[in-house]
Design a protein around this ligand. Structure first.
Ligand code: FAD
Length: 251
């Protein structure tokens, strides 16, 4: 299944992707098949979802855990993997202190366990690969952006894509080994020798906007509320049109 024929794009209008209403409401059983550590606080969970309808990079899903006594906890998670029609999807979860759902994944979950998912959800943050993309993320906000990077690579897309990610330290940088020439990193607490430490600034954003691809950039910003505010202000100050900034807040 390709990204142009997934149900998620069937009713697409420019700039906004319609969501398949049925896929968004039907719960499916997902089986955990693999756990990969990314950083001391984040891990990737690969799930087999045999009837997964396909997704676009940037979309998320709703996940629910049901305890033996019937107690239900549900949370949104971005899809980290690129659309590939394999019947598997990957999620990357940060372990939140005392977090109910992330705590279960990080301490209890084992391959073979099942959870329930419904989705994909939200067309607003989706990137079909049809326009130049400028991606700004912090912490686990890199997850939906990585789906876009992976999609860009897997399809060999020629459309420009750049990513700017902020992490506390090199050890906390999710997907570090996978990041390539499209990515600039910013470290806020500690950095390798010779690399400055500090938050994302106008000096990081300006060189990206100095390059103006045909059609201009579509900016995708993802992270905590604080990061989303900060990064979108930097983009606007650097000349990015406000209506071409899409924001996903995890906080
Ligand atoms: C669209 C969307 C996509 C998301 N995608 C991802 C993703 O790809 N990866 C990911 O790790 N998370 C993602 N999140 C966040 C996720 O939905 C949960 O909020 C997060 O996993 C915490 O849930 P929990 O049950 O572990 O913690 P809870 O039991 O809900 O919370 C425990 C404590 O932690 C605090 N807390 C809750 N969330 C956070 C947070 N994000 N940071 C710091 N403190 C917090 C709460 O206030 C509470 O005090 C996404 C959120 C949204 C809205």
């Amino acid at each position: 299944m390709t990204e142009t024929t997934t149900p998620a794009t069937r009713f697409a209008v420019p700039g906004r992707i319609a969501v398949n209403a049925e896929a968004a409401t039907v719960w499916q059983t997902a089986t955990l098949t693999e756990i990969r550590r990314e950083t001391p606080h984040a891990a990737t969970f690969r799930l087999a979802v045999p009837r997964w309808p396909g997704h676009l990079p940037g979309q998320h899903l709703m996940l629910r855990l049901i305890a033996a006594d019937g107690y239900v906890a549900q949370r949104h998670y971005s899809i980290a993997s690129a659309p590939d029609g394999s019947g598997h999807i990957e999620l990357t979860l940060d372990r939140v202190p005392d977090g109910e759902v992330s705590g279960w994944f990080h301490t209890v979950a084992r391959p073979g366990d099942t959870v329930e998912v419904r989705g994909p959800l939200s067309g607003f943050f989706a990137w079909p690969g049809d326009r130049p993309a400028l991606l700004l993320g912090a912490g686990s906000g890199v997850v939906p952006l990585m789906s876009m990077v992976r999609h860009h690579r897997a399809r060999g897309l020629a459309v420009p894509l750049r990513m700017l990610v902020s992490a506390r330290s090199p050890e906390e940088l999710i997907y570090a080994a996978e990041l390539g020439g499209e990515t600039t990193t910013v470290f806020t607490r500690s950095a390798p020798p010779g690399t400055p430490v500090g938050r994302m600034t106008a000096a990081h954003v300006a060189p990206l906007l100095a390059e103006q691809p045909i059609g201009g950039w579509e900016a995708y910003v993802c992270g905590s509320n604080g990061f989303a505010e900060h990064a979108s202000r930097l983009l606007v100050a650097a000349g990015q049109p406000v209506e071409r900034i899409r924001i996903e807040r995890f906080g």
